[in-house]
Design a protein around this ligand. Structure first.
Ligand SMILES: Cc1cc2nc3c(=O)[nH]c(=O)nc-3n(C[C@H](O)[C@H](O)[C@H](O)COP(=O)(O)OP(=O)(O)OC[C@H]3O[C@@H](n4cnc5c(N)ncnc54)[C@H](O)[C@@H]3O)c2cc1C
Length: 307
């Protein structure tokens, strides 16, 4: 964040307006503030619409604020979440400004049920900002999960990886600048390559930015997948930051989401049958469960007492 950008944010935060619309004190606190994520990224709330009551209002199709009793609202919201009655959650919307590495953006953009406007690298010059992982986050390919990382790299290997990342990022950016420059290295004038072409030389750890607007139902879907411990760490940290924000925005809905979706688990028909047999005292094994080894491992991950 440059001092000029911070001054713009401070200026916006200094202003306030009167409204008849529902506002949420926790979200008013978040408005416009950039919450840091990774080494150069951030998430900031640009706008929001609705609160917990808006979900209940829509569910009841009421004329006013509906019931005032928080316990009634909480019970209704939990019922809606439990029974996948999702459209009332779509009545709440949030608009975020996110700065993120391009390889994270490629995962994020797969969530199609949002509105996106990305920083134009055809029009503007990208900043020299690259994601370089912290040493502790450099890990080897996982041996149990083809789509994940395993033990941390150490010593000289970790240092070599960091050196490659820094060196390649810098070199690519130097060439990007040289290609768009209107002066050649020897000082003679040159045309300068179009920004829309020069950017193809930049690596996927460069930062991009976008405005991302999504309704609460689809945001929960995003968070369910991306705040999951199996999600790649670099997108998970964004999802976790957004979880904190959503908790301050719609605490009742977030509580239901945390309980039923983040903390809950889906069981197959075979899984439910196994639970019933276990409760009845049977010693069920993978061989007698009717499940594959992988299914059984995941099933035991859900029902086994971690202690
Ligand atoms: C752990 C993990 C690993 C992944 N690995 C890969 C991978 O290897 N390769 C890869 O390409 N992707 C991968 N993905 C991305 C994944 O397949 C989804 O594209 C992504 O999670 C977005 O989910 P979504 O489509 O449900 O979300 P959204 O696009 O937000 O859609 C939400 C819901 O709306 C409905 N919907 C939206 N658009 C349509 C449509 N056109 N037709 C029908 N229904 C629609 C669906 O019900 C969908 O679930 C991975 C995701 C995760 C979480």
């Amino acid at each position: 964040m440059t001092p000029e950008q911070q001054a713009e944010i401070d200026d916006q935060r200094a202003q306030s307006h009167q409204t008849r619309r529902a506002t949420v004190p926790g979200m008013e606190e978040h408005l416009y503030t950039a919450h840091p994520v990774l080494d150069h990224g951030f998430v900031r709330v640009i706008d929001y619409m609705g609160d917990d009551s808006a979900i209940c209002q829509a569910a009841r199709v009421s004329y006013g604020r509906g019931t005032k009793a928080v316990s009634n609202d909480e019970g209704l919201i939990r019922y809606l979440m439990r029974h996948w009655h999702s459209t009332p959650f779509e009545m709440c919307e949030i608009k975020l400004h996110v700065k993120l590495p391009v390889f994270v953006a490629r995962q994020w953009i797969r969530h199609r049920t949002a509105n996106v406007n990305e920083y134009s690298a055809r029009y503007s010059i990208l900043d020299r900002e690259f994601y370089i992982p912290a040493t502790d986050d450099l890990a080897a390919q996982s041996v149990v999960n083809n789509q994940g990382r395993g033990a941390a790299l150490s010593g000289e290997e970790a240092q070599r990886v960091l050196d490659h990342l820094r060196h390649d990022s810098d070199r690519a950016y130097d060439h990007y600048e040289a290609m768009i420059a209107e002066t050649a290295p020897d000082g003679t004038p040159q045309a300068g390559l179009a920004r829309e072409l020069a950017r193809m030389n930049l690596p996927a750890n460069i930062y991009t930015q976008w405005y991302w607007k999504v309704d609460l139902h689809n945001l929960f879907h995003f968070l369910r997948l991306r705040a999951d411990p199996h999600a790649q760490m670099e997108i998970r940290v964004y999802a976790e930051k957004i979880c904190e924000i959503v908790k301050d925005w719609v605490p009742l809905a977030y509580g239901a989401f945390e309980d039923y979706r983040l903390g809950g688990a889906q069981l197959s028909g075979k899984g439910i049958e196994c639970v019933r047999r276990m409760v009845a005292g049977e010693d069920v094994t993978q061989e007698t469960s009717g499940m594959s080894k992988g299914e059984w491992r995941e099933f035991m991950g859900v029902v086994r007492n971690p202690a």
